[in-house]
Design a protein. Structure first.
Length: 160
């Protein structure tokens, strides 16, 4: 009985490592007890609280992710990469008009995905879910239009 329980525990642990992915398994230090993690309430946080969260959690995670995705393009990754020049004095606007503009329609997004598949996939599968997780907001979905998504950071391109 004890042996089958130990084997079951080992199997669950192995499955957890597989689900976390190779990048998470290779992290140099284990994460603190997940149950001890604080719930983030982005909507009700003050500017200073949001700034602290961005500096201590979001920025370091995104810097690693962007530099891993394209070390040359994102060799220099700062707050201004996403927030623009106003990042240093707190006078920035999100969505950031300095970031690439995105189409609003499905056909336009499909065309963008075909034109730039690597960055599209990176933004969709790494950036969007990671930022949503770190700021404690659900990802955007048709059923959740207030969630964190592309247009939280990017503005809409003007119709041609």
């Amino acid at each position: 009985m004890k042996r089958s329980l130990a084997l079951s525990s080992l199997a669950l642990l192995s499955l957890a490592f597989v689900c976390m992915g190779a990048a998470r398994a290779a992290d140099p230090a284990p994460a603190p007890n997940a149950g001890a993690a604080k719930k983030v309430d982005w909507e009700h946080m003050s500017f200073d609280q949001r700034k602290k969260l961005m500096k201590t959690s979001v920025y370091p995670e995104l810097k690693k992710a962007f530099q891993a995705a394209d070390p040359k393009r994102f060799k220099t990754f700062t707050c201004a990469t996403c927030h623009g020049a106003g990042a240093t004095d707190g006078k920035f606007k999100m969505a950031n008009p300095a970031l690439p503009k995105l189409p609003l329609d499905h056909a336009g997004m499909t065309a963008l995905e075909q034109k730039k598949p690597e960055i599209f996939k990176f933004m969709e599968t790494v950036v969007k879910p990671k930022v949503a997780e770190l700021i404690g907001v659900a990802e955007w979905a048709p059923q959740n239009p207030k969630g964190f998504g592309c247009y939280t950071c990017h503005t809409v391109e003007q119709a041609k």
